[in-house]
Design a protein around this ligand. Sequence first.
Ligand code: PLP
Length: 334
Amino acid sequence: MAELKKAICHRYRTDYGVEYGENEVIVTAGGKQALFNTALALFGPGDEVITHAPYWPTLTEQVQLAEARPVLVRTWPDDRFAIRSTPIVEAITARTRGIIINSPCNPTGALIAEDELTVVAREAARLGIWLVVDLCYEKLIYESIPHNVPAVLAKHCRELAVICGSASKAYAMTGWRCGWTLAPPAVVAAEQAIQSHATSNVSSITQKAAIEALTGSQEPVAAMLSEYRSRRDQLCQWLSAEPRLRVRKPAGAFYLFVDVSEVLSVDALRTSTDFAQALLDESRVAVTPGEAFDAPGFVRISYATSLANLREGCRRLLEFVATHAPQTADARVG
Ligand code: PLP
């Protein structure tokens, strides 16, 4: 619907000060289809596509479905998993066709700072490399640090920039399936051609709902952000009762990425996958093992649920750790 495309352009103009026309936007079935269309439109056999790890696995799987090769650069827990320009730029080769940045990042909640993004964007412009940003969590940032990704891209590499967004997280509309891509007209035209043979359009009911979400009061988004912030803080505080679980407060998204490696052992829970499976089987608490994100030794806890559920889940998790990995007297003294 033209009205929905206008609503998306209006949102980005209002929130980020960037101008996009209707021929530069396509509405998709969630951010996932926005990213998939993009991978199929831009990447192919022999291409390398750089992204940062730990990563949301769909990003690399989609690159491979396009028959391109994902190239990973690590981000580090001691650096709060911040997405840095230097390793990304250093990973560029003659085969690099694209760079994908997910900020805030699932699973780490980390961001790319504007100055780091500027370096990557300038390099992309200089070398003619596509810069794809997955901004599905863009409305869930807890710290007031500058993070105007669309404006940085508009300034430095507009002709090579592809923005993928979604109504799923900001408006709690995951099941409605509405996302979008903002990109140069030729990219949007290619994505339209791909989508027309895959799924056609997003359901008209969803499109109407998304128009309401994007043009209506944004007050609920701010209210949910503050709710997520207090859940994050509360959860971190509860988990701090077990010092062997290393928790860092994420800057964005709605996940805690917890280092559980200290409670793993050779004879009981060997891996974070074992940890997550046993926690599910025995305590009925679901967390995602770090292996899913190329980060063994970690588990991801989602706080997109009520504080009461989180309190109970946390109680069971702490009890589970105490049962499976009792602290030795030596460890307690140490
Ligand atoms: N990007 C990231 C990093 C995600 O975690 C998700 C969903 O979990 C998406 C994109 C896509 O979400 P959706 O397809 O519901 O818009």
